[in-house]
Design a protein around this ligand. Structure first.
Ligand code: 13P
Length: 256
């Protein structure tokens, strides 16, 4: 059985001091994560503070929200995989729709980023998802499987096992209109079938597929009850420690 994973994507929120306070509060509210793995993704500028604020028992792992595919060089404003490893990151979110739509991250660039992360032992959390117009045109499956295949081109079976996929329909992000567990489950099935076709059923079975898009303490239980959904990528609701702690505790309690 795949271990459940809850990821908090802080996006462009929290100063270093605010990150320290949030990690301290979360560590009090969620002293043990048990069956559920929890990952925090602060902005670059708060990663160090978040790492320092974690208790020795380290109930949470850290993720970055992006990286550049080169290790170093003349790339003003960019941050590389070795730099993130050095800060204590274990994961990196790649291909988030906000980066795809506002910062020119296309499948080709994302693929280079996935390879860079893997080269340095960072585990990618690869986001895929369709727009509202894709969904209305019944192009959801074509869009997400296309993103998946292009972003994972050249990945070995062993590398695939370390990967997490996050299905985030663009129309559900920050809108308060989450997909239903059935809608998400159907896309998750398609994604897993694509993984199985490309890398074999056994490797495909090991990849966790998360749902993201308006996940809240109120709806997370329904997602967790689905055996097609291995966890959640949470935006807005992870900025409030009480909400995020409730989401984690429901992910621990709800049986599939
Ligand atoms: P919201 O939970 O705010 O909809 O954001 C989802 C998301 O984009 C997580 O990466």
């Amino acid at each position: 059985m795949r271990r459940r994973l809850i990821v908090g994507n802080w996006k462009m929120h929290k100063t270093a001091a605010e990150a320290t306070a949030l990690v301290h509060r979360l560590s009090e509210l969620v002293p043990q994560t048990g069956e559920v793995e929890v990952v925090l993704a602060p902005p670059f500028t708060a990663l160090h503070a978040a790492a320092q604020a974690l208790p020795l028992s380290r109930p949470f792992a850290l993720a970055a929200q992006n990286l550049h595919w080169e290790d170093e060089g003349p790339f003003t404003g960019e941050v590389s995989a070795p730099m993130l490893k050095d800060l204590g990151c274990q994961y990196v979110i790649l291909g988030h729709s906000e980066r795809r739509h506002s910062f020119g991250d296309d499948d080709k660039k994302i693929s280079k980023k996935v390879h860079a992360a893997l080269r340095h032992g960072l585990r990618p959390i690869l986001c895929v998802g369709e727009s509202l117009s894709d969904r209305k045109k019944r192009r959801t499956k074509t869009v997400v499987t296309g993103q998946l295949r292009k972003c994972l081109e050249g990945i070995s079976k062993d590398e695939l096992r370390t990967l997490t996929i996050a299905y985030e329909p663009v129309w559900a992000i920050g809108t308060g209109h989450a997909a239903t567990p059935a809608q998400a489950g159907a896309v998750h099935d398609t994604l897993r079938a694509t993984l199985a076709r490309g890398w074999g059923a056994e490797a495909g079975e090991q990849v966790r597929i998360l749902y993201g898009g308006s996940v809240t303490p109120e709806n997370v239980g329904a997602f967790m009850a689905s055996d097609q959904i291995d966890g959640a990528l949470v935006g807005g609701a992870c900025l409030d420690p009480q909400s995020f702690a409730t989401i984690i505790s429901l992910a621990q309690r709800v049986a599939r």
